[in-house]
Write a protein that binds this ligand. Structure first.
Ligand code: SF4
Length: 115
Protein backbone atom coordinates (compact mmCIF):
# COMPACT_ATOMS: atom_id res chain seq x y z
CA UNK A 1 0.00 0.00 0.00
CA UNK A 2 2.79 2.40 0.89
CA UNK A 3 4.41 1.70 -2.51
CA UNK A 4 1.31 2.99 -4.26
CA UNK A 5 1.18 6.09 -2.05
CA UNK A 6 4.88 6.75 -2.68
CA UNK A 7 4.39 6.37 -6.44
CA UNK A 8 1.41 8.75 -6.43
CA UNK A 9 3.33 11.27 -4.33
CA UNK A 10 6.38 11.03 -6.60
CA UNK A 11 4.28 11.49 -9.73
CA UNK A 12 2.48 14.42 -8.11
CA UNK A 13 5.75 16.10 -7.21
CA UNK A 14 7.16 15.46 -10.69
CA UNK A 15 4.00 16.82 -12.29
CA UNK A 16 4.09 19.95 -10.16
CA UNK A 17 7.80 20.50 -10.83
CA UNK A 18 7.28 20.02 -14.57
CA UNK A 19 4.34 22.44 -14.58
CA UNK A 20 6.32 25.04 -12.64
CA UNK A 21 9.26 24.67 -15.04
CA UNK A 22 7.02 25.01 -18.10
CA UNK A 23 5.30 28.10 -16.62
CA UNK A 24 8.71 29.65 -15.92
CA UNK A 25 10.01 28.79 -19.43
CA UNK A 26 6.86 30.18 -21.08
CA UNK A 27 7.31 33.48 -19.24
CA UNK A 28 11.09 33.63 -19.72
CA UNK A 29 11.08 32.84 -23.46
CA UNK A 30 7.85 34.66 -24.30
CA UNK A 31 7.95 36.32 -27.71
CA UNK A 32 6.13 39.63 -27.51
CA UNK A 33 4.46 40.78 -30.69
CA UNK A 34 4.87 44.36 -31.77
CA UNK A 35 1.56 46.11 -31.05
CA UNK A 36 2.21 48.53 -33.92
CA UNK A 37 2.40 45.63 -36.37
CA UNK A 38 -0.72 44.00 -34.90
CA UNK A 39 -2.69 47.22 -35.28
CA UNK A 40 -1.30 47.98 -38.76
CA UNK A 41 -2.34 44.50 -39.91
CA UNK A 42 -5.77 44.93 -38.34
CA UNK A 43 -6.59 48.08 -40.32
CA UNK A 44 -5.64 46.44 -43.63
CA UNK A 45 -8.40 44.93 -45.78
CA UNK A 46 -7.10 41.39 -45.27
CA UNK A 47 -7.49 40.45 -48.92
CA UNK A 48 -3.93 39.06 -49.09
CA UNK A 49 -3.94 39.96 -52.77
CA UNK A 50 -0.24 40.87 -52.98
CA UNK A 51 -0.89 44.09 -54.93
CA UNK A 52 1.37 45.92 -52.48
CA UNK A 53 4.32 43.74 -53.48
CA UNK A 54 4.45 41.96 -50.12
CA UNK A 55 3.44 38.39 -49.40
CA UNK A 56 0.02 39.19 -47.95
CA UNK A 57 -1.26 41.74 -45.49
CA UNK A 58 0.91 40.46 -42.65
CA UNK A 59 4.02 40.97 -44.78
CA UNK A 60 2.88 44.47 -45.70
CA UNK A 61 2.23 45.31 -42.03
CA UNK A 62 5.73 44.07 -41.11
CA UNK A 63 7.20 46.13 -43.94
CA UNK A 64 5.24 49.19 -42.86
CA UNK A 65 6.52 48.91 -39.29
CA UNK A 66 10.10 48.41 -40.54
CA UNK A 67 9.77 51.35 -42.91
CA UNK A 68 10.07 49.38 -46.15
CA UNK A 69 6.40 49.94 -47.08
CA UNK A 70 4.61 53.26 -47.38
CA UNK A 71 1.21 54.05 -45.86
CA UNK A 72 -0.41 54.25 -49.30
CA UNK A 73 1.11 50.99 -50.56
CA UNK A 74 -2.08 48.97 -50.08
CA UNK A 75 -4.05 49.57 -53.26
CA UNK A 76 -7.38 48.00 -52.18
CA UNK A 77 -7.20 49.90 -48.89
CA UNK A 78 -6.91 53.35 -50.47
CA UNK A 79 -10.68 53.72 -50.84
CA UNK A 80 -11.38 52.64 -47.27
CA UNK A 81 -9.05 55.08 -45.56
CA UNK A 82 -6.22 52.66 -44.79
CA UNK A 83 -3.41 55.17 -45.57
CA UNK A 84 -4.82 57.70 -43.08
CA UNK A 85 -5.14 55.03 -40.38
CA UNK A 86 -1.61 53.79 -41.01
CA UNK A 87 -0.26 57.35 -40.81
CA UNK A 88 -2.09 57.78 -37.51
CA UNK A 89 -0.57 54.55 -36.18
CA UNK A 90 2.86 55.67 -37.33
CA UNK A 91 2.51 59.02 -35.57
CA UNK A 92 1.68 57.40 -32.22
CA UNK A 93 4.42 56.66 -29.72
CA UNK A 94 4.89 53.16 -28.31
CA UNK A 95 3.46 54.33 -24.98
CA UNK A 96 0.36 55.76 -26.67
CA UNK A 97 -0.19 52.51 -28.56
CA UNK A 98 0.18 50.36 -25.44
CA UNK A 99 -2.19 52.69 -23.58
CA UNK A 100 -4.72 52.36 -26.42
CA UNK A 101 -4.52 48.55 -26.19
CA UNK A 102 -4.89 48.65 -22.39
CA UNK A 103 -7.85 51.04 -22.49
CA UNK A 104 -9.68 48.77 -24.94
CA UNK A 105 -8.77 45.50 -23.18
CA UNK A 106 -6.78 44.35 -26.24
CA UNK A 107 -10.04 44.21 -28.25
CA UNK A 108 -8.73 44.92 -31.76
CA UNK A 109 -12.16 45.94 -33.12
CA UNK A 110 -12.61 48.50 -30.34
CA UNK A 111 -9.08 49.76 -30.92
CA UNK A 112 -9.75 50.17 -34.64
CA UNK A 113 -12.87 52.22 -33.84
CA UNK A 114 -10.91 54.36 -31.40
CA UNK A 115 -8.38 55.30 -34.07
S1 SF4 B 1 -2.37 45.20 -51.26
FE1 SF4 B 1 -3.42 45.49 -49.28
S2 SF4 B 1 -4.94 43.85 -49.22
FE2 SF4 B 1 -3.45 43.28 -50.79
S3 SF4 B 1 -1.92 42.01 -49.69
FE3 SF4 B 1 -1.16 44.10 -49.70
S4 SF4 B 1 -1.86 44.94 -47.74
FE4 SF4 B 1 -3.10 43.11 -48.13
Amino acid sequence: MSTIINAVLLLGILGFASGAFLAFAAKKFEVKEDVRKILAEAVLPGANCGACGFPGCSGFASGFVKGTATADGCLPGKRTGVPEKLKKINAMSDEELEKLFEENNNDIDAIKKAL
